[in-house]
Design a protein around this ligand. Structure first.
Ligand code: HEM
Length: 409
């Protein structure tokens, strides 16, 4: 593991590198320069293009014919030409994407997600009650990391005893070495073989012991596939779905909870307002999502020549849609775009993506973050963040904190 930043090309223009830890620590100044000085950016070192303004990113996320997901939406997977496993709708295109997404939305419904609010609340209450009297604690370890895993594990039907081991595997699959683009082996974490190792046993067990969880429903579902054949899902497809749900639903939500606690730890006035009026919690979560996107970069494969800002991006290129940057674009949000304001009217932000691939777990993530903040404020209305004792995570998919030490009171 090296902590050296990669060599940067000479010149005065902005330089953006998603693998550079220094940039990742606070990418907002660089993203602002990209938006203002080169709204279509090209990075020679890693050979990718990037769009950073709201209008371009929003349009790009909807442009699923020309900017496709089927070759991967993480830059290094796309570059390595890794074949995406079936069932991973995040890495799929129409018409198959629609069929797979339709099937998943049949079992992963808002009703099912909302029905688990009491369990989420019970879990958060218990985790925080155990900390009563503590002068400081790592809110990621105490709540932000275990809770989303517990919730997705519960929905999928994975035994509690195995959830931590699975989370650790996902975590280590995502970690980056500074300045380097990971090689194709990094995609191992999403391969069918890895999924078989993590979930194969449960799948066999669930097939023999059906319950009312998502895994059982996936095993039993009948559907018409994109070739018109009515059938059940293959083992590979179910493993793909499960890997996607546990991968997409864990780290992102952990990061959202971390950012929310950090932002409010640094802003006692707004925090006190929410304590006085908990009805502000949902908009606070939306503003935290806008302000620090937990998944700020979406890669796409350019499927035909496309002109942006007078330059043609050739077919076959990789392009990054910087949704974390678009969320701060003053062209969309006005001059206060860089302020964290819990009262900001937010019609929509791009932190859950947009268009065909809009996050299927958005309702669940919102619920988890809302309940976590609610229960936190009831017990610990005052905290500050000790950044020296905290650690930022560095991955090419999510951005946030691995450890966030709060000093209480
Ligand atoms: C704060 C938490 C979350 C954030 C920031 C987030 C972010 C995103 C984003 C940006 C996308 C679109 C990616 C693209 O366009 O390439 C996405 C898609 C997706 N997310 Fe989430 N997500 C979160 C939580 C969850 C949860 C809890 C689940 C489920 C358990 C989930 C499941 C999915 C799935 C299945 C997709 C793929 C949808 C498709 O391709 O049609 N996400 N998410």
């Amino acid at each position: 593991m090296t902590d050296q930043a990669s060599p940067r090309p000479a010149g005065d223009g902005p330089y953006y590198d998603p693998y550079d830890f220094d940039i990742d620590a606070d990418p907002h100044p660089v993203w602002k320069r990209l938006r203002d000085e080169c709204p279509l950016y090209y990075n020679e070192q890693h050979d990718f293009w990037a769009l950073s303004r709201w209008d371009d990113v929003e349009a790009g996320l909807k442009d699923h014919h020309r900017l496709i997901s089927g070759r991967g939406t993480v830059l290094e997977f796309l570059k390595a030409g890794v074949e995406m496993p079936p069932g991973m709708i995040l890495f799929d295109d129409p018409p198959r994407h629609g069929v797979y997404r339709g099937l998943l939305s049949r079992v992963f419904t808002p009703k099912r997600m909302n029905s688990i609010e009491p369990q989420v609340r019970r879990y958060c209450s218990k985790a925080l009650d155990d900390l009563r009297g503590a002068e400081r604690f790592d809110v990621i370890e105490a709540l932000g990391a275990p809770m989303p895993m517990r919730v997705i594990g519960m929905l999928l039907g994975i035994p509690e005893t195995d959830q931590q081991a699975i989370r650790d595997r996902i975590d280590s699959g995502l970690k980056l070495e500074s300045g380097e683009m990971p090689n194709a082996a990094a995609a191992q974490s999403i391969s069918v073989a890895a999924a078989e190792g993590s979930y194969g046993e449960y799948l066999d067990w669930r097939a023999k012991n059906p319950s009312d969880d998502v895994m059982t429903q996936l095993i039993q579902a009948e559907f018409e596939d994109h070739t018109g054949v009515t059938r059940r899902l293959s083992r590979e497809e179910i493993l793909g779905y499960i890997t996607l749900l546990s991968g997409a639903g864990n780290e992102t939500t952990t990061k959202l909870i971390g950012w929310t606690m950090l932002l409010l730890g640094q802003d006692p006035d707004q925090r006190r307002e929410i304590v006085a009026d908990p009805a502000l919690v949902p908009n606070t979560i939306e503003e935290a999502l806008r302000y620090e996107a937990p998944s700020p970069v979406q890669a796409r494969y350019v499927n035909e020549n496309i002109e942006y800002h007078g330059t043609v991006v050739p077919k076959g290129s990789a392009i990054l849609l910087l949704n974390g940057s678009a969320n701060r674009d003053h062209r969309r949000w006005g001059e206060s775009a860089d302020e964290f304001d819990i009262h900001r009217p937010i019609h929509h932000h791009l932190s859950f993506g947009y268009g065909l691939h809009f996050c299927l777990g958005a309702a669940l993530a919102r619920l988890e973050a809302r309940v976590a903040l609610d229960e936190m404020l009831k017990r610990f209305p005052d905290w500050t963040v000790n950044l020296e004792q905290s650690e930022q995570a560095h991955t090419s998919t999510v951005r946030g904190w691995d450890k966030l030490m709060l000093a209480i009171g």
